[in-house]
Design a protein around this ligand. Structure first.
Ligand code: HEC
Length: 130
C-alpha cells in the first residue's frame, strides 16, 4: 500500500516536473526539417547558404546570427506574407539588399536559397527573445 503510493507519487512528481523544465529552456525552436535530411533544391540551397550567408545570418533553427544585425533565416522564413516565390524574387535583385550584403546571387542560386529558407517556415514559429 505504502509502496504503491510512493510509486504513484514518484510518477506524479516526474510528470509535474516536465512543464517546469520546458519553461526554463524557453520556447522550443520550430524545426521544420533538419537541413541534413533535405534533398534536391532545398539541400543545394542549404549548402549554398552555409557558404554565402552563414557568416552573418543564423541559417538553421535554434541558432543566433553571428552578425546581430542580421535576421535569422527562420525569422525571414516566417515573415508575414512571404512565399518561396517572393523570396526568390527578392534574392534575384541585389538592389533590394541591405548595404552590407554587397554581392549578387545568380538566378538558379536564388531559387535554391529560397527553396531552403522556406523549409524553415512553421505555423507555430515563435521569434526568439533577443
Ligand atoms: C555581410 C553580412 C551578410 C551576409 C553575408 C548576408 N546577409 Fe542577408 N542581411 C544582412 C543584414 C545586416 C540584414 C538586415 C538588414 C536590415 O535589416 O536592414 C540582412 C537581411 C537579409 C534579408 C531580409 C531583408 C528584409 O528586408 O527583411 C534576407 C532575405 C537576407 N538577408 C538573405 C541573405 C542570403 C540568402 C544571404 C546569402 C546568400 C545573405 N543574406 C548574406 C547581412 C548579411
Amino acid at each position: 500500500m505504502h509502496q504503491s503510493l510512493a510509486i504513484a507519487l514518484a510518477a506524479f512528481s516526474l510528470a509535474a516536473c516536465q512543464p517546469v523544465l520546458q519553461a526554463e529552456a524557453g520556447p522550443v525552436p520550430a524545426v521544420a526539417a533538419a537541413p541534413w535530411v533535405l534533398s534536391g533544391p532545398a539541400r543545394a540551397g542549404y549548402d549554398l547558404s552555409e557558404a554565402l550567408c552563414s557568416g552573418c545570418h543564423a541559417t538553421k533553427a535554434g541558432e543566433i546570427s553571428p552578425n546581430p544585425m542580421s535576421p535569422t533565416f527562420p525569422m525571414i522564413a516566417n515573415s508575414a506574407g512571404l512565399t518561396q516565390e517572393t523570396l526568390a524574387e527578392y534574392l534575384r535583385d541585389s538592389h533590394n539588399y541591405p548595404e552590407t550584403m554587397n554581392f549578387e546571387v545568380a538566378q538558379e542560386d536564388s531559387d535554391v536559397l529560397a527553396a531552403y529558407i522556406i523549409t524553415l517556415r512553421s505555423d507555430d514559429y515563435t521569434p526568439p527573445i533577443q
